[in-house]
Design a protein around this ligand. Structure first.
Ligand code: TEU
Ligand code: CA
Length: 535
């Protein structure tokens, strides 16, 4: 099998609200993104995953869509969108749209018609019951909402303004595929599919993810939209096991290019509990096992590689070091991840080493998931301190504070005196302008990793072999028939011992003095490197 274009690119995720504001309303927009395409080209990325820019009442920042084929006026219009696709293409950057088809907004015309008329053909596009069961919403509370107009309960796994779609309905599926086709015709290069593992749900049987018809629907989508088109698709699949990963991404099965699996993210919370019961200390041995599994057992499937997205805490704040080793730990985590097998993703600001925001009180919080959680937790007797601690570490707004462009007012994000979320106070030193001026910045480590991905095919092909090392050290080899690469990282603020198998090596990338590691057989805090082993 020949290489696919999406096996050699790095994807950059943009959260449009927070990337760059062009018109001074404190909210990022499409023209803002267009104005920064040269920057992204310099970073070297091959695709942008654009979080939703569709028309939306913005109850969940655009993941509640009221028109799949219109652009929210907050972000611009369809002309701006066409311009973005065109301008990105000129710079060798493909646009991947976020596809949110597990649910719509309650303001989508389908839902408006469905709730108002039981006879309408749209009624069955959603999931109605006379009585609710015990299913809970991921955003707290019951998953069922009584609708006065419909005189029935409808299902919503996210906010009550995000009614779930009923994928059992053939016409609904057809409408979705037609909409997707029109987007591909427009020149986009693929889709990131929001909670796609939920579309096969069977609410009466408490089946939410991985329902019995899930893969049937995805194969149908493949036939109706993706077949014969050179697009890339990535499914968001929180609970995917390795077997599920193979089902989705083995190309012979004609489903998706790859999925986001979240097993490593699971190490951030106590097993079996909600994400708000966090574990800050990283379990490095468990992490090694998860990497080993996904790197070696996916057979003909394909991985995605990521630390961050718009739902997760900034990686340095939970698993790196935000103080004396901020830059070094950022580079270490990047080197560790990007040299594995799979398509790497960079979330905006990750290439600068952005960190969580020091939120002080609930009135600084915008995210509906955090606000609903706070309300529920406080009503159950939890203290405000406990709630704020959890939000500060795990809350989604941490990933959503404005991108830091320079050391001017508002970090260069907006001309407005205030943005929709506050700018992180570290913007004076952590910003794009400063990063570009410093050859040793985190930015250039990412630039080099992205370049390697484009140039060196072993990153795609080579086998993965986990090495047996000290607890806090992760080391793996990538082996081809005629070459072997060694990647090492010390996930620690302390020294760790490590002996290279041979001392005649060629350095590929590092954040340290590899010669010194060889001589002292010691890794200093957050040391990371890749070397080609000679002979
Ligand atoms: O996220 C799916 C999802 O399950 C998240 O809500 C996740 O559990 C949580 O945010 C972890 O922090 C997708 C989108 O990525 C998210 O932004 C949306 O809010 C959600 O779907 C609904 O569309
Ligand atoms: Ca704006």
């Amino acid at each position: 099998m020949g290489l696919k274009w999406w096996q050699k690119v790095t994807v950059y995720q943009i959260y449009p609200r927070s990337f760059k504001d062009s018109n001074g309303d404190g909210i990022g927009d499409l023209q803002g993104i267009i104005s920064k395409l040269d920057y992204l080209q310099e970073l070297g990325i091959g695709a942008i995953w654009l979080s939703p820019v569709y028309q939306s009442p913005m109850d969940d920042n655009g993941y509640d869509i009221s028109d799949y084929e219109a652009i929210s006026e907050l972000f611009g219009d369809m002309q701006d969108m066409d311009e973005l696709i065109r301008e990105a293409k000129k710079r060798g950057i493909a646009i991947i749209m976020d596809l949110v088809v597990n649910h719509t907004s309650d303001e989508h015309p389908w839902f408006i018609e469905a709730r108002s008329n039981p006879e309408s053909s749209k009624r069955d596009y959603y999931i109605w019951r006379d009585q609710p069961n015990e299913l809970e919403s991921i955003f707290s509370g019951s998953a069922w909402e009584y609708d006065e107009e419909a005189k029935q309960y409808y299902l919503h796994f996210f906010s009550r303004k995000q009614p779930d779609l009923n994928w059992e309905n053939t016409n609904l599926r057809k409408e979705i595929y037609q909409m997707m086709n029109r987007w591909v015709d427009k020149g986009i290069a693929g889709f990131r599919m929001d909670v796609i593992d939920m579309i096969g749900k069977e609410p009466d049987h408490y089946i939410v993810n991985n329902g019995p018809k899930l893969h049937e629907y995805i194969q149908e989508m493949h036939r109706e939209v993706l077949e014969g088109r050179d697009v890339m698709t990535v499914g968001e699949t929180w609970g995917a096991s390795i077997e599920d990963g193979i089902k989705y991404s083995d190309s012979a099965r004609q489903e998706l290019s790859m999925v986001f699996q979240f097993e490593q993210v699971g190490l951030q919370h106590e097993p079996g509990k909600s994400k708000w019961y966090y574990i800050k200390d990283v379990d490095v041995p468990a992490m090694k096992e998860i990497f080993k599994k996904w790197q070696t057992q996916l057979k003909n499937g394909w991985n995605s590689l990521f630390w961050n997205n718009h739902d997760l805490p900034r990686i340095l704040s939970i698993w790196g070091n935000t103080k004396e080793y901020r830059e070094k730990s950022a580079k270490a985590l990047a080197i560790l991840l990007h040299l594995m097998k799979g398509t790497p993703y960079v979330y905006q600001g990750e290439e600068l080493g952005m960190i969580n925001y020091p939120f002080q009180s609930l009135d600084q919080i915008e995210d509906i998931e955090s606000l609903n959680f706070a309300k529920e937790a406080l009503s159950e007797g939890k203290t405000m301190e406990w709630v704020m601690d959890a939000i500060r570490l795990i809350g989604r707004d941490n990933a959503r504070t404005p991108m830091q462009w320079d050391d001017g007012p508002m970090g260069g994000f907006t001309e407005a005196p205030k943005a929709w979320l506050p700018v992180h106070p570290n913007y004076r030193s952590v910003n794009v302008k400063a990063a570009l001026e410093n050859r040793l910045s985190i930015f250039y480590t990412y630039q080099k990793l992205i370049q390697l991905r484009k140039e060196q095919d072993w990153l795609v092909y080579a086998d993965f072999e986990l090495l047996d090392t000290e607890e806090k050290v992760i080391a793996y080899r990538r082996n081809t028939i005629d070459a072997s690469y060694l990647i090492v990282m010390n996930w620690s603020d302390n020294l760790s011992s490590f002996t290279l198998p041979i001392d005649d090596v060629d350095e590929v990338i590092s954040n340290t003095d590899v010669e010194q590691v060889i001589q002292t057989k010691t890794l200093r805090p957050w040391d990371a490197f890749c070397v080609k082993l000679k002979s």
